[in-house]
Structures are given as C-alpha cells and as structure tokens.
Design a protein around this ligand. Structure first.
Ligand code: NAI
Ligand code: MG
Length: 488
C-alpha cells in the first residue's frame, strides 16, 4: 500500500488548527483494508459555535474580507486553484487513502476542481444586478449581495469536488463558511483548508469542522447565526436539515439528495455502445453516485442481447487495490457495504435474475463484485430504493409512453438518460421526463458551466454554472425617488 503523509487532523477555525473543545477524536478508516488511518478532532456544538462566531466576524461589514474588491476575491480563488494543481498528486493519494476510490480517478476529480474554482473566480467581479423601469417617479435597480454565513455539509462520495462545489461559488459571492465534511472522509477537506489559508483568505472566511451529523451537522443546521445551509447527502437527512433550518431562523436551503435515475434504451440503439454507456452510468465510483442510472430500461427488441452484453462488460470490470490501475475500489464503509449486500440479497429473494456478480470480493476491505440483475420489476426494492453500490437493474419495456411513465414513477428526479438515434424520441423523452439533468446518447456528463440538481425529492436549488452562484446571493431592490416632473 502506498504511504501517504496525513498532515492535518485538527479543526480548522479562524485559519488556526485547533483541538475540539471536548478534546474528543474519531477514527477515519481505510476502506481498502479496514485499518485506522488517523484520529481526527471531533467537532460538536461547542466547536460549531466558535466556528460560526469566526465566520460571522469575518462577514462583518468592516472585515478585511468584506472590504476586498470583488476582483480581489477572484484573485484569491485563482491562487487556490493554482495550489490545488500544485498538490494534485498528493490530494489524489490522500483521497484514495480515505475514500478508497482509484487514485487516477481521485486525482482527476481534484484536477477538475481547479477549473471550477477558476470559473467562479471569473464571476466574482461580474455579479450584476438590473436597472428596472419601475412604475412611478423613481429609479429602481437591484444589487446582488452575499447571503451571509453559510453552513455547508458534505457527503463522502466525491469529497474534493463536493468541497469545491460548495466553497467556490460561496466565496465568489463574498460569503463566509463553516463546512462539515463527512465523517468517513475528513482528510482531504482539511488538506484543502490548509490551501485556503496558504492562498491568503483572511481568518474566519472558511472554517472546516469535522464531526458527525447528529452532533456537529445538527448544530450547524440549527445555529441562529447561520444564514444558509447547503447540503449534499441522503434525502432522509435532507428532510431533517430542511426542518432544522427553519427552527430558530429561516435559513436559505439548497439540497442535493438521492436518486433512482432511469436510462431508457430504444430498439434502434447500437447494443454494444448502449451497454457501455449504461455500464458507466451505474458503476462509476463503485455505484456511489447520486445520479447513477440504476434503472436500465431496455426495449424488448434488443433486451436479450443487451442483458448478455451488460453482463459481459460487468464481468470484465477490474476491482481491487485502488493504488493500481483498477476501475473500481471498495465501498466507503462497513455500513454501506452491508447495505449494498442486503439489497443484492433482496433482489435475489424477490425474483430478479442475477446474471453476474452478487458477492463480496475477498474477506478484507469493502469490495463488492459488479452485479447485474435482469428481469427486474418496477416494484422490487432494487428498482425503487437508492442502493449506492455497484448494482445494475435491467427492466424490459415495450412502448415509448410506457417507458416515460415508468421512468417517472419515482419520488426522485435527479437524472435521466435516453439512448436512441431518433431525434423525436429523444426530445420527446427529454420533455416528458421529470429530472434535473437529461442526457441523450451519453450519461453523467456534469460540466462546470451547467447547472446540476434535482426535481422532486432529489433536492432543491442547483449547483455549478450561473445557477450555482445565485444560491449564495440575495437580491436587494434599491428604489430612488425622483422629483415630480412639471407639466409642460
Ligand atoms: P447522510 O445523508 O447521513 O450523510 C451526509 C452528510 O450529512 C454527512 O456529512 C453527515 O455527517 C451529515 N449528517 C447526517 N445526519 C445529519 C443531521 N442530522 N444533521 C446534519 N447533518 C447530518 O448519508 P450517509 O449516511 O453517508 O449515506 C446514506 C445514504 O445517503 C446512501 O446510501 C445514499 O443513498 C445517500 N447518499 C447520497 C449522496 C449524494 O450524493 N446525494 C451522498 C452520500 C449518500
Ligand atoms: Mg447517515
């Protein structure tokens, strides 16, 4: 196993590294071999209070941060992007250690985040309001102002991108931040916090407090001095956050939650290409992706050929040591590992046909075989619930209308895909399916410039692109009285 130096394990508050008030720590585990990597300071309510006070002070109208020109906020972000690129290899290796994903993938994700930061750096001094022809003898305009102190709560599946999706637009907008990484993956968030400091952001602008959800996460959600909460994670916790956010004040809330996304493949598709796209759509990141297309609907004319091809591709998927050139590493932790194996069991029990996989790999680490179920029915658990593991469910359909109705028969609405060469079919599907991102003849393409987020119980608000920064801005309307015009 590669030796990676863990440099930061304390809380990052006010640009300082501090222990938790309670002095407690929690272990972070290597999912490849179940060993303890490090003990990390465990933030709780007392630490959140200190961090929020720092963020509030940094948001004061006389603070160094608030007095910066918008272009200077952009300069700081550009510096941060450069530092991430400088440390790319280290960040990738650290991510693999803590999260288990293949190192090439982890490094690629970190590289992407430098682009995202530069995109928002460019926006910092281009945040524009409107001048508005309002009724009456007035001049009206809008100002776009930072929303204030932001609480940001992250998941473990894409730790570096999630950190950057959250902080980059918030900083470009001029907000200050208290961020809680997932308890499974605190290490890269702390390494990135060190780069935030090195880039020159003033104290208190970004604070990172590792800890657990019901303690640190809940304290942030319920804090009266936090103006906004941004969360990515389960729909279940999304609900808790939404109600907590309205308990003591009325926080702005953006949520990016779960999914059970459909990918619908029509008879005219090239079976081999379609099976490749569908495979990537499910198995990327060991299936631990909110937008994973875990319901593969295949039209009856090509169904059997597709199932055979899907099984063949899944069998060839390389799973193992994430520091080597593999496609798939372990699941994140014992809890998710067991949860995924239980879904596989339920698929078998409810009568789906397991055409490949279905077991764990080895007896150390949380590795699971790429698993493909055929003949899945819409009411089976594996077709209804988010599995968050390397499990593909293939379902058969006959007509277009049936496919659209079945694709929409879910409480989620994050992504959806269609594979066909018929433009009318593709566009009609795109129009009628209710989801935040629709892909035609591809899947999971998420670009810096395009908004990402969900319909229905997949979330509220959008990240990335122009929409991403709007979630961190308030609109202030300014109306100025003009002298009454004399009659001629
Ligand atoms: P989770 O939603 O419990 O955790 C995500 C984050 O929320 C973590 O930082 C956690 O500490 C925090 N959190 C938990 N309880 C909280 C509370 N009461 N108040 C404030 N923050 C809280 O997700 P978990 O347990 O890691 O995974 C469960 C399921 O969630 C997965 O099986 C998957 O279906 C889904 N999930 C979806 C993700 C996405 O990208 N949308 C990412 C991770 C999980
Ligand atoms: Mg949880």
């Amino acid at each position: 196993m590669v030796k990676v130096d863990v440099k930061y394990t304390k809380l990052f508050i006010n640009n300082e590294w501090v222990d938790a008030v309670s002095k407690k720590t929690f272990p972070t585990i290597n999912p490849q071999d179940e060993s303890v990597i490090a003990h990390v300071a465990e933030g709780d309510k007392a630490d959140i209070d200190i961090a929020v006070a720092a963020a509030k002070k940094a948001f004061h109208r006389y603070s160094e941060w608030r007095k910066l020109d918008a272009s200077q906020r952009g300069r700081l972000l550009l510096k941060l992007a450069d530092l991430i690129e400088r440390d790319l290899e280290y960040l990738g290796q650290l991510e693999t250690l803590d999260n288990g994903k293949p190192v090439k993938q982890a490094t690629g994700e970190a590289a992407w985040t430098a682009q995202i930061i530069r995109y928002y750096a460019g926006k910092a001094d281009k945040i524009l309001g409107n001048t508005i022809p309002a009724d009456g003898e007035v001049l009206s305009m809008t100002l776009k102002e930072p929303v204030g102190v932001c609480g940001q709560i992250l998941p473990w599946n894409y730790p570096i991108p999630m950190f950057v999706w959250k902080i980059a637009p918030a900083l470009a907008a001029g907000c200050t931040i208290v961020l809680k990484p997932a308890e499974q993956t605190p290490l890269t968030a702390l390494a990135l916090a060190a780069l935030v400091k090195e880039a020159g952001f003033p104290p208190g602008v970004v604070n990172v407090v590792p800890g657990y959800g019901p303690t640190a996460g809940a304290a942030l959600t319920n804090h009266p001095d936090v103006d906004k909460i941004a969360f990515t994670g389960s729909t279940e916790v999304g609900r808790i956050i939404m109600s907590g956010a309205s308990a003591v004040n009325l926080k702005r809330v953006t949520l990016e939650l779960g999914g059970k996304s459909p990918l619908v493949i029509f008879n005219d598709a090239d079976v081999e290409k379609a099976a490749e796209i569908a495979h990537g759509a499910v198995f990327a990141n060991a299936g631990q992706s909110c937008v994973a297309a875990t319901r593969t609907y295949v039209q009856s004319g090509i169904y059997d050929a597709f199932v055979a091809k899907a099984a063949e591709i899944a069998k060839k998927r390389t799973v193992g040591n994430s520091y080597t050139d593999v496609e798939q590493g372990p699941q994140i932790d014992e809890e998710m590992f067991s949860k995924v194996l239980n879904y596989i069991k339920s698929g078998k029990e409810q009568g789906a046909r397991c055409v490949t996989g279905g077991e764990r790999i080895g007896n150390v680490g949380y590795f699971i075989q790429p698993t493909v179920f055929a003949d899945v029915k819409d009411d089976m658990k594996i077709a209804r619930e988010e599995i968050f593991g390397p499990v593909q469910s293939i379902l058969k359909f006959d007509t277009f209308d049936e496919a659209v109705d079945r694709a929409n028969d879910t409480n989620y609405g994050l992504g959806a895909g269609v594979i066909t060469n018929d433009i009318t079919t593709a566009l009609s599907f795109a129009k009628h399916v209710r989801a935040g991102s629709i892909w035609v003849n591809t899947y999971s393409v998420v670009a810096t410039q395009t908004p990402f987020g969900g319909f229905k119980e997949s979330g509220i608000g959008r990240e990335l692109g122009e929409d991403g920064i709007l979630q961190y801005l308030e609109t202030k309307t300014l109306t100025i009285s003009l002298p009454k015009q004399p009659a001629i």
